[in-house]
Design a protein around this ligand. Sequence first.
Ligand code: ADP
Length: 380
Amino acid sequence: MTTIQIRDLSKTYSDPTNANSVSSPEPLRYALNKIFLTVPHGQTCALLGPSGCGKTTLLKVIAGIETDYTGTVFYDEQNINNILPKDRHIGMVFQNYALYPHFKGLGNLTFSFKVRKAPDAEIEERVRITSEIMGVGFNDLLKQKPGHLSGGEQQRLAIGRAIVRNPRVFLFDEPLANLDAKLRSKTRLEIKRLLHKFQITTFYVTHDQDEAITIADIIAVMRDGKIEQVGTYRRLREHPDTIFVASFVGRPAMNIFSGGTVQSGWIHLNEMIMPIPATYKTYLHDGNKITVGIRPEKTCLVEQVIGTPDGSILNGLIDHIEPDFAQQRQLLHLKTGSQQYIATCPLNNSHKIGDRVDIFLPADQLYFFNSQTERRITTI
Ligand code: ADP
């Protein structure tokens, strides 16, 4: 059983690009800024965020490769800050596989056992168990050198090498980044199956939300060294805490209208005016600067509205149409004054580029954010 807890973790680097005078020292830039995160035993946490947000640095701190930081990492109740990487019982899988090219698969799997002169019987038993966990065809990979294996097979071998050591924690750093799209989706399913079977606490770094959705139980969305929000994909998608999470999680991205102001019961939003929905009346006050969000799939063309629901109408010019056959719909990219907007409509809809359309925005599907703090205004 290993629950990982990260408490008040910060890591800075000096930032030469920001040094402004000869006398002042180089300013510090936060790679990690006051991170708190708990991953319960057996769960997989995806660290999701754009490049440079601190995902790999966080993984390195957990692995013990990065030691110059403030804060604490716990395995259950044990503070492991001073435990060496080799004693942390970690299995790491990187995007470049990091296999030894001159060893066959078996040599790669057993290298660390040989270094510590483990008995042959122990090595054989661990390899047997690993092959069983890894499933059909894995034994064949053990007979080949990495150079004779495909990218997917090399990554399978790298995962096997992490498992053979019976780790307490698994760390994946963009493991599928070098695979083509088809192999990526196949391998991510394999990893998911494996993690389900193996029940091991896992951190999985990715900038690809499809990967995070498939593999993770919980997702920590990172931005500029901070964790913006932690939750299941569904939670993040339906209840984003911030504008960043709202626009980063979910595809197509949420439509975001910035520059709104509340005035006498109405929201003035660039070219549009909409009434404040009843449930928000006590939360939005005159003069509030707000940002409004709505998911494309929650809107529809006015002619498709059934009944007389509460909502607003937005007029836009179609400047691009994107079919989405998997979901049996098309995405209409619209220009609405100064904003770009995405709406969805059925595949058989006959609108063309250049048409003007009216889009219905249901009042109960709107999200409101404080424009200054960027945090969501909730009605609970
Ligand atoms: P990610 O994995 O999300 O792409 P990283 O954890 O690699 O992000 O980096 C986080 C931030 O820390 C970035 O701004 C990066 O430039 C900076 N950084 C990472 N490693 C170093 C280093 N060795 N020296 C200076 N800055 C670094």
